[in-house]
Design a protein. Structure first.
Length: 244
């Protein structure tokens, strides 16, 4: 695999992920094999290099089926983010198709929902802090905070027990199987294109307690997306398989 100094990968897992709403009793626990995950989301500088090396993913050349009209819309040009966007800020306004292509170019892939959620359930000291009231309170504080006008640099948050940073508190992140979440495609179509008005779309499925709420918000958000969706608060990171 190829990695930059700002996206070193660390070993995560193996372990077990417990879905918020299992598809069946048999799927109440999902085994997660060990994998390697980038410690931070892909940054603007890295994505600039990618579009220069792969012109088909430059703004203006990507077809509407692969990215909506907001794809890299804030960039000064098709290959440069320009002033006002930090080169070490997370790369956002990138569609699922584009994120997958980037990770493939690095010899990796997007994480599955199980992999991402498994990594994201870890605190600084334990692999599963999903029922830790302090950890849960930190997550809820972020989800209730307003969107910052300027995205900060990656890597400023503390690493969790696996060595991964910025899974919470920076941007939402793509997962490979985002459309496997609990809100149906019909519900997405019924929202009139308001792709991230996800609370209403998931109103019939609600968390059982505060410890579930952050996971509920992430699952509902993913279900509101299509593969061509792009937003200023949606980024991604890559993972790599570990040989058995």
């Amino acid at each position: 695999m190829t990695l930059t100094a700002l996206a070193l990968a660390v070993l995560v897992g193996p372990g077990v992920w417990r879905p918020l709403i299992p598809a069946s009793p048999e799927e109440a626990e999902v085994s997660v094999r060990a994998f390697r995950m980038a410690t931070t989301p892909v940054i603007v500088e890295e994505y600039q290099r990618f579009v220069k090396a792969h012109p088909e993913w430059q703004r203006g050349r990507v077809g509407g089926a692969l990215a909506d009209e907001s794809y890299l819309a804030s960039w000064a040009s098709p290959v440069e983010a320009g002033p006002g966007i930090g080169t070490r800020a997370p790369a956002t306004a990138v569609s699922w198709f584009a994120a997958r292509a980037y990770c493939a170019s690095e010899g990796g892939r997007l994480p599955t929902e199980a992999e991402w959620e498994f990594a994201a359930s870890a605190s600084e000291t334990t692999a599963d802090a999903s029922r830790d009231p302090v950890f849960v309170a930190q997550l809820l504080k972020w989800y209730s905070a307003p969107t910052p006008a300027v995205l900060p640099e990656v890597g400023l948050g503390r690493a969790n027990v696996w060595g991964v940073r910025d899974l919470h508190g920076l941007v939402w992140e793509w997962v490979d199987d985002f459309n496997a979440s609990f809100v149906s495609a019909d519900a997405r179509q019924a929202n009139g294109g308001q792709e991230l008005k996800y609370c209403g779309g998931g109103a019939e499925a609600s968390p059982g307690d505060k410890a579930d709420y952050a996971a509920f918000m992430r699952s509902a958000m993913r279900s509101a997306l299509s593969g061509r969706s792009t937003t200023r608060m949606l980024g991604f990171r890559c993972v790599w398989d570990v040989a058995s």
